[in-house]
Design a binder for this molecule. Structure first.
Ligand SMILES: [Zn+2]
Length: 283
């Protein structure tokens, strides 16, 4: 004796998503053209994915059109009808578009119509009407191989959760910038442009600083020079390389590093990195 129990919640979620998949496929063909065929699909209770034949990545506008059309079908609570037909009769009535979900090895075909013009032979579980899907959100569109685009979507409570997660990201960014939502794009653009300008300014300042140090070292004639700043290794190396070309023995000192030519004694270093004719010492 085996007792079997169907997880009704899971089945209901898959039923919604499966019905939604028919609608997404139909609407993708309406929006993109008759070359669109189902090339595979994969349903998890929380997320559906449908592969369609199409030659290019979808634009934001195309995705939005498909999504609006799908939701229109959901909001109108269309009745899903099932027609049982003899294979030959079904084929002569509808043609091979019947088999876009895959071939079905049965004499009698179950033809599903989610909308008037939607035809697909399918043995899966469907909603009786579209309203129960609630709401659909396309969350990803990706070219998975030449001529095949994968659409991922969520419905009902998962669509709500998805939107809530996006909203909470926006809330966090609002906190970071301390501006209302309608100023977020402008503000982030301003921050980004300011950052680029400042980076340029810093680069220019660093260049004049380096030039200044190099000419000081050259005019002093000393074999040792201290840069009393918290400069990075790149900065220090550039100064050293310029001077090193003209000096045989030299020691360049900064807060964190010392670079010294071969034979110059450096005491108290945590680590030394030999580089041929000179060494870098981490202090
Ligand atoms: Zn189906």
């Amino acid at each position: 004796m085996v007792e079997i129990q169907v997880d009704m919640k899971r089945r209901e979620q898959l039923r919604r998503l499966h019905t939604a998949t028919h609608i997404v496929n139909f609407c993708a063909r309406e929006v993109l053209g008759n070359h669109v065929w189902q090339n595979g699909s994969n349903l998890k209770p929380e997320e559906g994915s449908l592969d369609i034949t199409h030659y290019d990545q979808l634009s934001a506008d195309e995705i939005s059109k498909i999504e609006s059309m799908v939701n229109e079908v959901i909001f109108e609570n269309k009745k899903v009808t099932i027609e049982e037909l003899d294979r030959g009769e079904a084929e002569s009535k509808y043609g091979f578009i019947l088999y876009q979900g895959g071939a079905i090895p049965m004499k009698t075909l179950r033809v599903i119509h989610v909308m008037d013009n939607d035809i697909e032979a399918c043995g899966g579980l469907h909603m009786e009407s579209t309203g129960g899907i609630g709401f659909l959100k396309i969350i990803e569109s990706q070219k998975i191989q030449d001529g095949v685009i994968r659409l991922k979507y969520v419905v009902r409570e998962f669509a709500q959760k998805y939107i809530e997660e996006k909203q909470s990201i926006i809330e966090e960014i609002k906190q970071v910038f301390s501006v209302p939502e309608n100023q977020l794009v402008k503000t982030s653009e301003k921050f980004f442009n300011d950052w680029k300008d400042q980076k340029k300014t810093i680069e220019n300042l660093q260049k004049s600083l380096k030039d200044g140090f190099i000419s000081q070292i050259e005019s002093s004639g000393e074999n040792e020079f201290t840069i009393d700043l918290d400069v990075d290794m790149g900065f220090l190396m550039e100064v050293f390389t310029k001077v090193f070309a003209k000096k045989e023995s030299f020691k360049l000192i900064s807060k964190k590093f010392i670079i010294a030519t071969e034979g110059v004694v450096v005491e108290g270093a945590k680590k030394s990195i030999p580089k041929g004719k000179f060494s870098i010492y981490v202090m």
